[in-house]
Design a protein around this ligand. Structure first.
Ligand code: SAH
Ligand code: MG
Length: 212
């Protein structure tokens, strides 16, 4: 690994967000070994932490990372929920706005030419998408509907040979919510994916056939 990659990983480690270090390093490692052509796409960027782990690998391979988020926070990020961070509320609107934090993180990393922000609602963007993806990282809304819509909207765009990563997969309900685990089960049960790795709540799969 060269100095630039080491610097980017140190920045990602220090960045604000919901990605434990060992899982972030696994993201970077698996993104570095992707075998299919095309760009990467992540659903759920928040303040840009996972975007730097993935963006570092994308830069090293001369690929783009599309970082998709409406930057208004998931249900679980809203006031009164477990994952709410009050300082992310924009006083002018009273709504969460992680976009300035995301933009600062990507700018400080010098990844502006590699990480392309997509600002909008995931299923709407997915419905208009046409480019085959080499890597898809799903870490958006973790409720029943958003997680399954992300699966149905984005997984068809992942190329054969491409890598699917899903975050916050908890087989034991005592450890966390079900929907990310349910979509991981859908992928495994589809017969179109091979299981590659599991680090903490991160699951890594490789597409071996079309479909989902
Ligand atoms: N990967 C991030 C954490 C993502 S948190 C990290 O490394 O820290 C989940 C994100 O998904 C939130 O920022 C939220 O705004 C976004 N999100 C939830 N539902 C969405 C939707 N329907 N469209 C776009 N983004 C969504
Ligand atoms: Mg997550």
């Amino acid at each position: 690994m060269d100095d630039r990659q080491r610097d980017l990983l140190a920045l990602a480690d220090a960045a604000r967000g919901f990605m434990p270090r060992d899982e972030g390093l696994a993201l970077h490692q698996h993104a570095g070994g992707v075998d299919a052509p095309g760009p990467f796409l992540e659903v759920g960027s928040y303040c840009g932490k996972s975007s730097v782990y993935l963006g570092a690998a994308a830069e090293a391979q001369g690929r783009l990372l599309f970082a998709l988020d409406h930057h208004r926070g998931s249900e679980e990020n809203q006031p009164g929920w477990e994952w709410h961070e009050p300082d992310l509320v924009d006083p002018a609107t009273g709504r969460i706005d992680t976009l300035p934090h995301f933009r600062r993180t990507i700018g400080e990393a010098g990844l502006d030419d590699t990480v392309v922000a997509l600002l909008g609602d995931s299923p709407r963007v997915a419905a208009a998408w046409a480019t085959p993806l080499a890597l898809l990282f799903i870490d958006g809304g973790h409720g029943e509907e958003p997680a399954h819509l992300d699966y149905e909207g984005w997984v068809p765009h992942l190329a054969v040979g491409g890598t699917l990563l899903i975050h916050d997969v908890f087989p034991d309900p005592a450890d966390g919510g079900r929907p990310p685990y349910e979509i991981w089960c859908r992928a495994v049960g589809s017969g179109a994916f091979a299981e590659v790795d599991a680090v903490g709540s991160l699951r890594v799969l490789r597409r071996t056939a079309p479909g989902c």
